[in-house]
Structure formats: structure tokens, C-alpha cells
Design a protein around this ligand. Sequence first.
Ligand code: ATP
Ligand code: MG
Length: 447
Amino acid sequence: MIRKFIRSVFKKSSRQDGSPRVFRLKSHGITADHLTPCALKVATTLQQAGFKAFVVGGAVRDLLLGREPKDFDVATDAEPEEVRNLFRRSRIIGRRFRIVHVMCGAETIEVSTFRAAAADNSEEGRHTDDSGRVLRDNVFGPQVEDAKRRDFTINALYYDPVSQEIWDYHDGVADLKAGVMRVIGDPARRYREDPVRMLRAVRLAAKLGLKLDDAAKKPIRELAPLLGQVPAARLFDEMIKLLFSGHAVQSVLQLRREGLHHGLLPMLDVILEQPLGERFIMLALEKTDQRIEEDKPVSPAFLFAALLWHEVLAAWQQIQDGGEKPAPALHLAMDQILSAQQEKLAIPHRYDAVMKEIWTMQPRFWQRGGQRPFRLLEHPRFRAAFDFLMMRCESGEVEAEVGRWWEAFQDAGESERGRMLIKDEAAPKKRRRRKPKAAAAAVAAPD
Ligand code: ATP
Ligand code: MG
């Protein structure tokens, strides 16, 4: 009883000056060997050189939740050049935040210098735009301020691998236990400083199974349009994290509930409002989540091809209605949709080729006579295009029979395949006139 009283008094007094609550190993059980050797090396080397160094943010949070951290970030009072000088394989990167990447083997640890809390806009090194968005932020400061400028209480946790203590500046440990996500400071102001925090709120809540507290949720709807001011490349990075978090379905549903989906992708704007498009996109997201769960590789190009498909379909139809033939109309539609996306979300061009291949292969699934199905089967991108077709069937966009035919065709032996060939409805007239039997025989005969 007395101890409890003393603790509560101590708790209050210790928090007033902003000092952290310190959790020792006994209370959290996270030993230094929970870190990767690289993270451990970076933190201990910095400490041996006389600096403070902690593993910070998502990794500490994930370890406390019993999850395997995706990566390790280190925070220190050493300035970027001082960090750079301690590690042979390291380099300074970033403009908005100057940080150091330290490489060991295949691993990279991000080392950032403690930053001063956002204060006055005129301060040297920090610039904001008219809506309060921080454009550059390179003012270094004490650890307590570094904690204050982090986004959520559960992300302002610092783990010292030498003392094996967790320093908790904003009651993040208690919030984690209670399963809530709270913004540090005034949520509306923090979202104005950096609108991406709204996306992070939704993504992390979905990924970690936490509840976003009401204060954090409330301003989102009104401030959502601020996302329009975030550079497209940064939005793209954040969307990639969200779509490949293993919780894409939950995240996208939540984005929609919070009114955050506008302007991110046309999929979220328009397509979620049409039942066929929504079904198709949800299937694509479900399959992505499932593959991540099973540790299978996922392809951004495939997912983006799916997300944009109903846009491409609509444009394709429109161009054909204008009198264009199907094949050139599809190419025009693809280019139109891809360039519109470039502006909004900056889907890098490196994905274009694969997306286009998946799309242009779709009409070829209807050509099931002569040599064509065999040629399609040999296409290096057949598997992706076929999976795509199956999602179209499953969503009800096209007849399931086509998908079943291709499934059977892949499993069939050579002579069975020959028997399966059907008169090619989409084929040019010249081919159609050919006798089906002759075509089948020609295919069945080995070269
Ligand atoms: P993930 O599991 O996706 O890596 P994370 O929280 O670790 O989640 P990172 O982008 O790796 O996300 O960021 C590391 C830490 O940096 C965060 O935990 C948080 O403390 C801080 N941080 C990241 N982005 C922001 C932001 N936009 N505003 C404030 N703090 C941020
Ligand atoms: Mg992280």
C-alpha cells in the first residue's frame, strides 16, 4: 500500500520534468539478444564512443508485442558526421531528415540523431508550408524532445541494449498493454505537420490489432485532404507499406471508414464504389495478405495491375465506343490510366512493363483454338496473368468457365489438350474458317 503510494507520487514527479519511466529487464524480459547482431553492434559501438544510443520506435514496440521487428532503428545524440566516422560501411542520406545508414552484411540500420521538438517555424533548419506541414527538420535536440516529436506513444519507446532498459516517455508501454494507439500531443496539429501520420495511424492500428483512440481518430476526416499536399513519391512508399503489411484488407477498409481513401488511388476513390470493382480489389488484397502470411513472395506490379484494372476496363470500353479496335484501344487505355497514376501516386515506371503484360494477356485467354493457347502457356508471365484471370472469374466480372478451362488445360496431357481446343471466337476470320479438326491435329502433332 505504502509502496504503491510512493510509486504513484514518484510517477507524477518523475513525469513532470518529462523524464521517462524506466522499465528494467525483469519487467519486460527483452534481452539484448532479441536484436539483430547489426543493431546490437551499432548501439554498443556508439555507446563505447561515449554517445547515447537506443533502439527506438517500431522495433521496441514489436518486441514488446512479441512480434519480430521488420527492421531496427537506432537513435543517438551523436550527429550524423560523428556516426558516419564510427562505421566504415555507412553513409549519410536524406534531406528532410539527415540520417545515417550503417550496413553490416545484408542488413542496414537507420541511425538518427535526437531531434528537437517542433516549435517555432522560423527556427533555423526547420521549414513549414502554409498548412503547417514540416518540410525540413534537421534541428538536433535532447532525447526528451526527440520522444515528443515521434508520432504515437507506442513509438516513443527507447531500448538500451547495454543496460537492457526501456525508456518510456509517453506511457507507451501502458498504451500497448491496453491495446490503444494515442498520438503524442494534439492530434490535429501533429497531422497538419505531417499528414502521412494519418495513414500511419490507420496502417499501424490494422497491423498491430490496436484501437485508435477517439482523439486520434476524430480530426482525420476533416484533415484528410491535406494528403493531397504530400509528395507523390512519399505517398507511394507509405501505400506500399500499407498494401504489403499483411493486413491490407483491414487497412483499406479502415482508410475508407476514416475518409482517407480519396486521392490515393482511383481504386479507392471510384472502384470501391462499384460492386464488381470492389469485389475484385478485395480479392487481390486478400490474396496479397494470404501470401505474406505464408511467406510467399508478392509482386507490387501484380497488385497495382489489379488495383487499376477496372479503371483500365472503363477506359478501354470508352475508347472502343469511340470507334477504336479492341487491341489498340487497350493500349491507349493502359497508357491513359498509367499516366494519370503517375501524377497521383508516382507508381514507378519500372512496374509498367509487367502491369501492361498482365493486362494485354487478358483478352488472349479467350483465344482457345489453334496454337494460341500453347503460345500463351509458354509466356514467361503466364502464371501472373492466369492468377489475374482467376480473380476476374471469382469476382464475377467474367464467366467462370474460361478460368476453369485454363485450369484444366494446364493439367491436361498433350492429347487431352488437343481435344480441349475450341473454336476460336475472338480469332480473325481467316482462322475461323479453318476446320477445327485440322487445327487440333496440327496442334497435337509434335513439331
Ligand atoms: P514499421 O513497423 O512500419 O517499421 P515504424 O513505427 O517502425 O513501423 P518507421 O517508418 O520505421 O515506422 O519509423 C520508425 C520510428 O520513427 C517510428 O516508430 C516513430 O517513432 C518515428 N516516425 C516515423 N514516421 C514518423 C512520422 N511521420 N512522424 C513522427 N514520427 C515518425
Ligand atoms: Mg520501423
